[in-house]
Design a binder for this molecule. Sequence first.
Ligand code: KIV
Ligand code: ZN
Length: 532
Amino acid sequence: MTANTNDAPVEGVSPTPVKDRVVIFDTTMRDGEQAPGASMSLEEKLELAKILEDMGVDVIEAGFPIASNGDFESVRRVAEIVTESTVCGLARASAADIERAGEAVRPAKRGRIHTFISTSPSHRDHILRMTPEEVIEQITGSVTLARNLCGDVEWSAQDATRTERDVLRRCVEAAIRAGAGTINVPDTVGYSYPTEYGEIFRDLIENVPGADGVIFSAHCHNDLGLAVANSLAAVEAGARQVECAVNGLGERAGNAALEEIVMALRVRGDRLLFDTRIDTQQITRASRYVSAITGFPVQFNKAIVGKNAFAHESGIHQDGMLKDRGTYEIMQPTDVGQGGTNLVMGKHSGRHAFREKLKGFGYELGANALNDAFTRFKELADKKKDVYDDDIIALVDDALARGAERISVKRLRVVAGTDGPQQAELTVTIDGAERSATATGDGPVDAVFNAIRLVVPHTAALRLFQVHAVTEGTDAQAQVSVRLEDGGHIATGLAADTDTLVASAKAYVNALNSLITRQEKTRPPVAQASGF
Ligand code: KIV
Ligand code: ZN
């Protein structure tokens, strides 16, 4: 990469001030999951937590424990397995919420309770029906209770950017007095403007008693496409924590994108003298995983992680790049773990090389999982002329998504073409016993899904069917996402195969397996409960 990220002074150049560090707080599993349809299973959250921890994320907000038993369990299990990052659970300003969050993060080596209340006139009048004084009383009560349960407490002023400044200052002061160590100032509705957002932080940091003893945090939504710019403005103004989500996942237009914040800080270290602990080479893997488990595609021209983020098509650009990469490239694909489409391995490659390759992508598989993945790699290399990095990543993600499934696809034969009806003959195993059916449909995919409905009768409705080619060429693997919904429970299935129909069948069955094991998951009520 072109930016100097080394803190050591360069001879003959005025010394670079030592970099301060920005805490990266990832909320993909909490605010990210609040995006309609972005629900993740417990297993997916545990895998994502490991990816985030490996990547160097400082704080993982793993869920909203009071929201459902499923959310509670996710936060608790993440707290049990993560040792390097702080694990955080969200709570409204009510005793029940805070106690549940405290219980969920208790197993964590480093746990945090994140409690919030709305402070703006709009939310006070229409949601809370409270005066500013009543809100302040709630803040004191909630933060005090949280501090009694956990040494690390973050407090958030929901809709802070639309709050009268004097009220916001008093709320922040109350939270600091009650023991909050991190003060989050969310732009909940994505309304703020960079200079304005920065000014709010300057004001709070300069004028609130005790502000110098806490960390200020930015939390920006992207309704006007300003989430990343606002977050960086907050850092310039003194914020030392940024809340963000992989791929910018989140409510409505999403949260600030983790990858964009991290790379802006890294590449423009000359301008913003703050770095993060993130191992940037793991960014692409995290992005792909989040996209795969949510079924939310990453737009081609998305900064940092889009398929075209490093593609140079025009002749002028290509010519410049051949002469010097720096002419049109401010960072290299490898800086963010995009291996491009290098031809990596073939059918003669050995297990050792395969394991080393996986390590390079950040996967440390146990012996059984490695054997399984290696066998599948060999099968793929037999079918496909060229095996690329992306093929191997898709194959391993597919194996991880599969896990220990009760239902699995054993055999599939499909008749397709111009003369319908298309027909699928399917055999699955359910808890080891085979079951077969033949079905027709309006197209081959419909026939396959109808056959699954015959062998495993169920009421779930199909909400998403999405296919994308992992690499280029007609022999590319298809990666398929299927989302099913049953009685408000949502599950996303994922599969990759060189045969699109086989991948479709496996993805559907994968979603069904998740639904079967999925714990009950409901959304919290809109109104904020009060316990003080
Ligand atoms: O956007 C927001 O205000 C939030 C809070 C709950 C932190 O997500
Ligand atoms: Zn939010």
